[in-house]
Design a binder for this molecule. Structure first.
Ligand code: SF4
Length: 374
């Protein structure tokens, strides 16, 4: 058995109480009966009060109104660990995050989630393109189940397309969108001809030229981004809402659209400095998140990646606009983490939940996605 992973994935080290956006908030933290027993054996006696049973054998931590796990202390440390001085007490989710392990049919995939600021820091310091390696599988890695991989060759093509540095990021996202749309429409499971088509440089250049000939309507785009932002905000977490969404969103409303449009064009250049990081985020997301089970789900995953990337840029723009003399040109890792937590999905049920919300508001229409990218 072998393990496939991006080479950066072995650099991770949790920064614990120094973390700017702890993983102990903004999630549903689930655990099972065995883990419940383990907590009790380690003397975590208030677990029954601080968690709820969802169904037989499935429990969830009762996060507070700020979306924080009840065991997260003011110091940024976990009370379970400070009580027992042993991280074996933790449930599987907390022990493994942000490491993502996906058993495929005959090998294992391993990477790190974009939903951790320490991972974003690694990605920021990793030169593009990200490299992958296949190494011998370490038997100590615990795995359960098997993630279907019918569409792995399509996913790998998307990873390669996202790393074509000759095209700007938005063009690469457009290519991925176009590729996922074609895969979705294909009747059957032989994707070789589509993959070959997207391996042709001439075909991609032709697509690029066509795209350049379309004018961008910045006010429409900004209005659309505002709609996506409003739907994607985390209604459950008042803390994240306060930090990332509400404050910045108010700023969209206070400026007139012509001023915003002019500034948005100016911001293109500022944001272009982060191309390498944005590429790495997208590649890591494609590798970790793209649904390889069926064509339709793969298409949805690709769209959610595009929305996530657009909102990271838009929110960073709002933050830049809010800064004194527009001099804040660093990319706030917490913005990236916030959207990664909103858009990451391991199961199609989660993916579908997110997609439905956009679909209800007609935000998955091809015309809107096109405006978003262009
Ligand atoms: S988000 Fe990452 S760095 Fe922060 S506490 Fe969690 S694992 Fe550690």
């Amino acid at each position: 058995m072998q393990l496939l992973s991006p080479t950066f994935a072995y650099q991770f080290k949790c920064v614990a109480d120094k973390c700017s956006y702890s993983c102990c908030r903004d999630w549903s933290i689930f655990f099972n009966e065995t883990e419940l027993m383990k907590f009790k054996q380690y003397g975590i006696n208030d677990i029954d009060t601080l968690s709820r049973q969802l169904e037989p054998g499935k429990y969830e931590m009762k996060c507070n109104s700020n979306g924080k796990c009840p065991y997260l202390e003011e110091s940024g440390l976990c009370r379970m660990i400070t009580t027992c001085d042993n991280d074996e007490v933790l449930c599987n989710t907390c022990q493994t995050f942000p490491r993502i392990i996906k058993p495929r049919k005959d090998y294992i995939e391993y990477t790190l989630s974009n939903a951790c600021p320490a991972v974003i820091d690694i990605l920021n310091n990793t030169p593009s393109p990200i490299t992958f390696e296949l190494i011998d599988y370490d038997d100590s890695i615990k795995t359960t189940g098997c993630f279907s991989h019918n569409l792995i060759s399509c996913r790998d093509t998307m990873v390669d397309l996202m790393q074509i540095s000759d095209f700007p990021i938005w063009m690469r996202l457009y290519i991925i969108y176009s590729f996922a749309t074609k895969v979705k429409k294909l009747d059957g499971s032989n994707f070789d001809s589509i993959i070959m088509q997207y391996n042709s440089v001439d075909y991609l250049i032709e697509m690029y030229q066509q795209l350049l000939s379309f004018n961008i309507n910045i006010p429409t785009k900004l209005q659309l981004l505002t709609d996506y932002l409003a739907i994607s905000h985390d209604k459950k977490s008042t803390k994240s809402h306060e930090v990332v969404y509400a404050k910045l969103y108010k700023n969209v409303l206070k400026y007139d659209i012509d001023y915003l449009s002019e500034k948005f064009l100016q911001y293109e250049e500022v944001f272009s400095k982060h191309s390498s990081l944005m590429e790495n985020i997208a590649v890591n997301d494609l590798f970790r998140n793209i649904n390889c089970e069926n064509q339709n789900d793969m298409y949805y995953s690709a769209i959610l990646l595009i929305i996530m990337m657009s909102l990271i840029k838009f929110t960073s723009f709002l933050k830049w606009l809010d800064s004194d003399n527009n001099n804040c040109d660093t990319l706030d890792y917490n913005i990236i983490v916030y959207f990664a937590r909103r858009f990451e999905h391991i199961s199609f049920t989660n993916l579908k939940k997110q997609a439905i919300e956009f679909e209800k508001n007609k935000l998955l229409d091809p015309g809107n996605i096109f405006t978003l990218i262009r």
